[in-house]
Design a protein around this ligand. Sequence first.
Ligand code: SAH
Length: 239
Amino acid sequence: MTQTLNVDPAELAKFSDLAHRWWDPESEFRPLHQINPLRLEWINGLAPLAGQRVLDVGCGGGILADAMARKGADVLGIDLSSKSLKVAQLHALEAQTPGVAYREVSAEALAAEQAGSFDVVTCMEMLEHVPDPASIVRACATLVKPGGWVFFSTLNRNPKSFLFAIVGAEYVLNLLPRGTHEYAKMVRPSELAGHCRSAGLDLQGTRGMQYNPLTRHYWLSSDTSVNYLFATRKAAVGA
Ligand code: SAH
């Protein structure tokens, strides 16, 4: 069966071109390094990671996958950017991170192969880069075990998020390379909630990510107007 891959090659190229800098905390990936402890603690507080089988979809250089493995999880990171995966693998080797593996496979293809095999699935800062985010949400829902957790984070789509995430981050503060995010692809919480509901994922909690450019400090809040996170759960069997 030939299936069109749910991927935009131009989006992958953006990340592949920068792949050698994934682990440089002062690079274009600085924001991801800075928000990593925040999202990690939020995830680990809701779904304690130690001993869990975890899948990280769109793992990039492995910033979150590596940190989840260090919490004692058995982590598989998947992405379609081979260069990023090589960097992730090399980092795990150099840093001697236990319990992390990487594979080049789409979420949809892995879902056809390993349905219901992960306790926790994470998919962070990735939905706004794919042609069909609903298909990724469905794949994540298939991959998680009944009763398991699926976490998403992405960028909201409204005038404020345009101003902060594109104009501010890419043009004023130069936090991200220009063209990193496309307005039309950003995902409203109501849209993501709809995709989750259709896929059988129940929303358990949301958080927003806040940034102060003067102090260069990030924190989590209840304001989901720009960057936000969703915690969802697949219904347990018989529930
Ligand atoms: N989740 C990581 C990286 C986010 S950057 C983190 O938050 O730290 C977005 C990542 O999504 C990049 O690594 C890019 O290669 C990947 N990506 C984009 N489209 C994809 C697709 N269709 N399938 C899998 N990964 C994809």
